[in-house]
Design a protein around this ligand. Structure first.
Ligand code: NAD
Ligand code: ZN
Length: 454
């Protein structure tokens, strides 16, 4: 299992790190229940200072018992107590049932936050500092990831690292977009299998070639180096070669870094359409390096911005106004949260990510796939905002969508096939509040017609 999939998310860290606040936010974003271990113990027993007064051993026994009970329950986000990970038994249970995030805080901030509280271990600053130094090592040893905020926890929980290095089990094989390879060279020293640049890589012929070329065994890993097309095909090969090997995504487009490489969907196109054969197969990690985007053509950057605007509208945050690296990080984290809320798309929660995409797919189909995806998404977002009765200025200013040449009847027919049931669309009640709702046919058709050049 990769990251926090199929596991609890446990938030560990020192007093004053903000475990409850961050844990509650991560729970909200992943649609999981939130439990604060200390608060639960206090609710069931007496305030913790009183329990401590009876002796720390008694408190630790209750803590072990309560944690075991939570870990046996439904997948949730658990804010641990500051000392929970000191117990070897707790550590062992966390290792098997939870993905543990060490929420890091510096000692000054922590002390400033807790000095005036009644916490038994925060009475004297020198002792507090000594304890901080002592515990740091235990947190580091226990944690599967380190984070400073909710976004960091979400990224960690899906193995997404910004500016990290590729760590994967060997032997490795690199599957790389040939254009990206020309521009940047291979991302690491291992046999390289070039694939055609962009969408042309997503064919069964490429998959068959890779199946026969690869020389790694079941314990090896594939490293995908390229945009969404490369990560889609390489991920699909990883899902199927020898019945599945591990893989790492190194996305090189903005679309790849904020969207395509995150979420475990892999696949290729068939004669009948895009992405019609595929598998869920999550990469062990996703290594995002914003520096590779310097060579990205303008049109590809705009396509990525359309996905950033989509995520910003869904998240209710102006992600597009952030400096580039923060924008990528926050957009990727938003997607990670939605994916964690419904990893295999069984609960319908991932459907919100289709904001603007129902119209986009219709325009793509109605133009015989001459309208690029990014442009189609920009127009689709415009339609979704109009149908939501919301201002369209963010989309207009950032993406400057212009009506495109397409066959309206063909687009309308495609819309009928794509939408998630009769007349069902993702709209926004307001930014940050997506709703899956029905739209009368005449309104949907008028909204579509407004996107097509007459
Ligand atoms: N799996 C998912 O969840 C998911 C989500 C969104 C999109 N996708 C898929 O992603 C594909 C689109 O991917 P994309 O938009 O990332 O582009 P892409 O992979 O198709 O690449 C587009 C072009 O950019 C070039 N390129 C890539 N990185 C570059 C760089 N750093 N510098 C210069 N040129 C570079 C490529 O060679 C290609 O010519 C589609 O097939 C779509 O279906 C998948
Ligand atoms: Zn898209």
């Amino acid at each position: 299992m990769v990251g926090a999939l199929g596991k609890h998310i446990a938030v560990a860290g020192f007093m004053g790190a903000g475990k409850s606040t961050v844990g509650a936010r991560v729970a909200e974003l992943t649609a999981r229940p939130f439990v604060d271990l200390d608060a639960l113990i206090e609710k069931r027993h007496v305030p913790i200072p009183e329990l401590f007064a009876r002796g720390e051993a008694e408190f630790r026994r209750i803590e072990e018992e309560t944690l075991a009970e939570l870990l046996a329950g439904p997948e949730s986000v658990i804010a641990l107590g500051g000392g929970t990970v000191l117990s070897p038994l707790n550590r062992e249970r966390l290792r098997s049932r939870a993905f543990t995030v060490y929420l890091h805080v510096d000692v000054e901030t922590a002390w400033a936050r807790v000095r005036s509280s009644d916490r038994p271990l925060a009475r004297r600053e020198d002792e507090f500092r000594r304890l901080y130094a002592e515990r740091q090592r235990v947190y580091e040893e226990t944690a599967d990831a380190v984070a400073h905020d909710p976004d960091g926890a979400l990224l960690g929980a899906l193995g997404v690292g910004i500016r990290g290095s590729v760590r994967a089990s060997r032997p490795l094989a690199v599957v790389a977009d040939e254009r990206v390879l020309e521009l940047h060279g291979p991302p690491l020293d291992a046999p390289v299998h070039p694939v055609p640049s962009g969408e042309a890589a997503k064919t069964l012929a490429v998959v068959e070639r890779l199946w026969s070329e690869l020389e790694i065994g079941r314990d090896g890993s594939i490293v995908a180096f390229g945009g969404g097309s490369t990560t889609d095909v390489a991920g699909f090969v990883a899902a199927t070669y020898l019945r599945g090997v591990r893989w790492v995504a190194v996305p090189t487009t903005l679309t790849g870094q904020v969207d395509a490489a995150i979420g475990g969907k892999t696949g290729i196109n068939t004669a009948d359409g895009k992405n019609l054969a595929g598998a869920f197969h999550f990469p062990e990690s996703v290594v995002v390096d914003p520096d590779v985007l310097t060579t990205l053509p303008e049109q590809e950057r705009r396509a990525g911005m359309a996905e950033v605007v989509k995520s910003g509208l869904l998240a209710g945050r102006e992600l597009w106004s952030l400096p580039e690296e923060e924008m990528i990080r926050a957009s990727a984290a938003y997607k990670a949260g939605v994916v964690l809320s419904d990893p295999y798309e069984t609960e319908g929660r991932r459907a919100v990510l289709n904001l603007g995409h129902t119209f986009a797919h219709a325009l793509e189909a109605g133009s015989g796939y001459r309208v690029p995806h990014g442009e189609a998404v920009a127009l689709g977002l415009l339609a979704a905002l109009r149908l939501s009765g919301l201002p369209t200025d963010a989309v207009e200013e950032l993406l400057r969508p212009e009506p495109v040449a397409a066959d309206l009847d063909a687009a309308w027919a495609a819309l009928g096939r794509d939408k998630k049931g009769a007349g069902v669309f993702v709209l926004l009640e307001e930014p940050g509040k997506p709703v899956v709702t029905t739209v009368p046919d005449e309104d949907a058709r008028a909204a579509l017609a407004a996107l097509v050049r007459q």
